[in-house]
Design a protein around this ligand. Sequence first.
Ligand SMILES: C[S@@+](CC[C@H](N)C(=O)[O-])C[C@H]1O[C@@H](n2cnc3c(N)ncnc32)[C@H](O)[C@@H]1O
Length: 408
Amino acid sequence: MTADMTTHADLLRHTLVDTLAQNLTRRGLTLFPDVERALRTVPRDKFVPEVELERAYADTAVVTKRREDGTGLSSVSAPNMITDMLLQAHGTRGLAGAHVLEIGSGGYNAALLRELVGESGSVTTVDIDSEVTDRARRCLDAAGYHDVAVVCADAEYEIEAGRRYDLIIVTVGAWDIPPAWIGQLTDSGVLVVPLRTHGTTRSWELRRTGDQLISLSNMLAGFVPMQGAGQREGWSVALHEQVTLWLNEIYQQQFDGTHLDGVLAHERREAGTGVIVPGGRRSADLDLWLATHLPDFAMMISQQSAVTSGLVSPASPFGTPALAHDSSLAYRGRLKALSDTEFEHIVYGHGPDAEQVVQQMAEQIRAWDAAGRPAPTLHVTPIDAPEHDLPHGQVLTKRHSRLVFAWN
Ligand SMILES: C[S@@+](CC[C@H](N)C(=O)[O-])C[C@H]1O[C@@H](n2cnc3c(N)ncnc32)[C@H](O)[C@@H]1O
């Protein structure tokens, strides 16, 4: 019986890894052999014993703790997300011999890291919730990973006085980079962190140089938000029962959303941009360009019913860039098909100054195109870094750090 179960779990695990590898190839990425070996070795089912084997090896997160309203507090992350972040963590240098701090403990990712760092490396995983650390400890022991250290603490702060890590991998959605994360990295150590800016979370691979971090890669990600001292909620303005504007970087007292009441009832204006793309891909770089170049930027989230009824036609219902100005609104619309392979970026707007705001957003889409459709590099500097030390780019001031987005 046990032997059969093991065989079935192994089979499911290898099938999952085959799929992960194929999906990476489709995206032009490679699964490093040591990451692949770790994924084929660690028994994920031992880290989600509450679900059946098929679910343990499905490519989805398993929520292990919820708030009263049903939203997730803790989970064992989805294998594709874990793999993407491990590839960022691995970088070109690999992880053999590395000393790693994982923030957010499901057990599974810590076990994968343990496989990757080998005998001479070490893995410490920290979680703010003792139920989560108890669970992680139990699962790690059940799977034979007794040498992963599990700590219960708020990872906003230093975990062990004076200890430095080659890699800090954050597996919870952060809004800022607290000083302890930079301070605990070795020189040229790497921080991989899902960081929320302007309402969208991207996992950034950031290398330490002095007291700054510079990005090597980024990709879209989704994570439960940080708790404890680093917690920061966004806030929203309802444009309609089914359409909401999320403002994450603008403080509530600086923005009067009441002007936007009923804005969608105004006739819709459309502005073409002349910027043609092949379609089928998310325009993540463009969206970050818009977020960093437009004032009063927000993300507009729409229920599917609002899209189906034609009330709005966003680039994505889960979040499209929007610009609010007094009683008017512009947002990036669904790509307009010009042919099977050519799609145009479109901007829609409503309100008395719709023409002005749609043109403002359209101009920025054209500016991004004219700049060569660049990708962002993120520089993270401590909040007290002198202005003249900041690299050239768009500055976003957080609580502990300044983020500077440079475009190349
Ligand atoms: C997505 S789960 C971690 C997934 C895990 N790494 C895995 O193996 O799949 C995120 C975790 O972050 C934890 N967390 C939230 N805020 C934290 C904080 N300030 N310090 C440490 N852990 C925190 C939550 O309790 C939650 O268990």
